[in-house]
Design a protein around this ligand. Structure first.
Ligand code: GBH
Length: 552
């Protein structure tokens, strides 16, 4: 009898420990020192609308983000990107600050309407816009910094939205291709690393489903989001082929796309329903764009089911099926895997019958562990090991590609006095960068770059200037938008100088010293040992009860 009780209690203990994704786990979370491979790329990133300002300077056309932020109620506090960090005027200063950090790479994006004001080639080129980007690129190169350029980081020319309805209209494939070709031709002699789109999934989800981003379309049926995604995939493939055919040989660069991938951890890895729900979660989050490009030219199976369901509800949308020619055209159109990573979630199955107004997505339930520290952004929890597992997932599922991490970072709040001693961001970078290190040396993942988001505080989309992701603090209340390096900038500088965390380096000592506090390892094993303690107490209690009560 006693044996049975003990067994049941131990079983419960083990079961509880399984849910403990937050506690410090030494085999998973300890600090591993060493240097990154030779030639590893350390970069920082920004995006045109988030930093440039000059929203209507010298011939620039209006973008959907200009229109959106000028619409009351769309952005917190009514913030706009009209001036932002004023990098339209201050780019030389930015480059000097990069140089001070020892940065050799910088990821920036081009504003399409600054180059083609009405979005089309026929509508004419804005020479002042072209000059601006020539100046930025030349300034970077003159200071030993290699530009990595994104063609589309969400600021579509408003004229294309007005005239065609934006990304739901496949006419945009050709317009994007005209713009991309122009950029290759104008800047490709100096730019050797191109990204077509930044996070197409966010364009769909936030721009065309929730409406939280420009152009602000709300469609809970998901249909508009899927239509936009369909065009984005075709436009991406079209631009990749243009580069491949007409520019690769003469310019010798690389071109790909960058996707935002979240990591999903099954709540109970022994429960097939949770494992399957996690698989569905990954198919939506990574698979929507990665599966067509890296696996077989088509959507992943779960998404195809969802699209079929939508097609039944909306006759006449069979355009959301790729033809065999489309699939051939899309498959393999990225020279590498571009990755933006921020989010880890615990995923469980929700056992529901899908009712009206619901989709297959409603069978997926996501949560976070109570111990995960949260950043200022409501969606951003600090889970460094999620990145390592995600990198391994990409290696296994998408053909072991070269992976370029093009964004990873953490937000602080906008408070007075400002957060310059941003210890939590230092912890964040130490933790995530060390997981990249483990992925490279323990899991054999081919990670080629790490990019901190962001070089400086900037316009954080619907949150305006209320969330700060920068390595540099920007005082937006001062018309000169002065930049101040935060503690994290100094820290990143040391990582770059040492190419990681070599044994004996000051930066390594520093991380060693702060690791316990960063990772919450003051509470080492609380989950498991706490569970065991509770279990033992229960055994003793039951033993005592057993002395007095005769059980049937
Ligand atoms: C990136 O987007 C952008 O590329 C960059 O411009 C931006 O400034 C940076 O990140 C910081 O936000 O988990 O369901 O609550 C990240 C966009 C924001 C998309 C959070 C997913 C969470 C949805 N991600 N969002 S949810």
């Amino acid at each position: 009898m006693m044996f049975l009780w003990t067994f049941l209690v131990l079983l419960t203990t083990a079961y509880c420990a399984e849910y403990d994704y937050g506690a410090y786990d030494p085999t998973r979370d300890s600090f591993r020192t060493g240097t990154f491979p030779d030639g590893f790329i350390w970069s920082t990133a920004t995006a045109s609308y988030q930093i440039e300002g000059g929203w209507n300077a010298s011939g620039k056309g209006e973008s959907i983000w200009d229109r959106f932020s000028h619409t009351p109620g769309k952005v917190d506090r009514g913030d706009t990107g009209d001036v932002a960090c004023d990098s339209y005027n201050k780019y030389r200063e930015d480059v000097q600050l990069m140089k001070n950090l020892g940065l050799r790479y910088y990821r920036l994006s081009l504003s399409w309407p600054r180059i083609f004001p009405d979005g089309t080639r026929a509508g004419g080129v804005n020479q002042a816009g072209v000059d601006y980007y020539n100046n930025v690129i030349d300034e970077l190169l003159a200071n030993g910094i290699t530009p990595m350029v994104t063609l589309y980081h969400w600021d579509l020319p408003q004229a294309l939205q007005d005239r065609y309805g934006g990304w739901v209209n496949e006419t945009l494939v050709e317009h994007f291709n005209d713009y991309a070709s122009y950029a290759f031709q104008a800047f490709g002699d100096r730019v050797k690393f191109w990204l077509t789109f930044n996070e197409p999934k966010v364009v769909c989800d936030n721009g065309h489903i929730t409406g939280e981003h420009a152009p602000g379309i709300q469609d809970p049926t998901l249909l508009t989001g899927y239509r936009a995604g369909h065009t984005l995939l075709k436009a991406h493939a079209r631009a990749w082929h243009t580069y491949d055919l007409n520019y690769r040989q003469t310019q010798g660069g690389k071109i790909g796309i960058t996707l935002n991938l979240d990591w999903g951890e099954p709540r109970d890895p022994d429960l097939p329903a949770d494992v399957q729900a996690t698989d569905r979660f990954m198919q939506i989050n990574s698979g929507w764009f990665a599966h067509p490009i890296y696996v077989d030219g088509d959507y992943p199976p779960f998404l195809k089911d969802e699209l079929q369901q939508l097609a039944q509800a909306n006759p006449g949308i069979n355009s959301l099926v790729f033809t065999p020619e489309d699939k051939d055209y899309i498959l393999g159109t990225s020279d590498f895997f571009g990755l933006n990573h921020y989010v880890t979630r615990i995923v469980a199955n929700r056992d529901i019958v899908i009712g009206p107004g619901q989709t297959f997505r409603d069978t997926i339930e996501t949560t976070v562990a109570p111990e995960w520290p949260r950043a200022e952004s409501t969606w951003l929890y600090v889970v460094p090991w999620g990145l390592r597992r995600l990198l391994k997932h990409i290696k296994t599922n998408y053909g072991d590609p070269d992976i370029y991490i093009t964004e990873n970072g953490r937000s602080d709040s906008d408070v007075q006095p400002p957060i310059i001693e941003d210890t939590e961001r230092v912890c964040y970078y130490a933790g995530y960068i060390d997981e990249v290190f483990k992925a490279i040396y323990e899991d054999d993942v081919k990670v080629k770059s790490y990019t901190a988001w962001s070089f400086m505080d900037n316009f954080e989309w619907a949150r305006g200037y209320t969330e700060r992701f920068g390595l540099h603090y920007v005082d937006f209340t001062d018309p000169n938008q002065p930049r101040t390096p935060k503690q994290s900038a100094e820290f990143y500088k040391d990582i770059i100088a040492n190419n990681g965390f070599p044994e004996g380096a000051d930066v390594t000592e520093m991380v060693n010293d702060m690791w316990g506090e960063c990772r919450g390892s003051g509470t080492v094993g609380i989950g498991v040992s706490g569970g065991l303690l509770a279990g033992s107490l229960l055994v003793i209690a039951l033993h005592v009860v057993h002395q007095f009560v005769v059980l049937p």
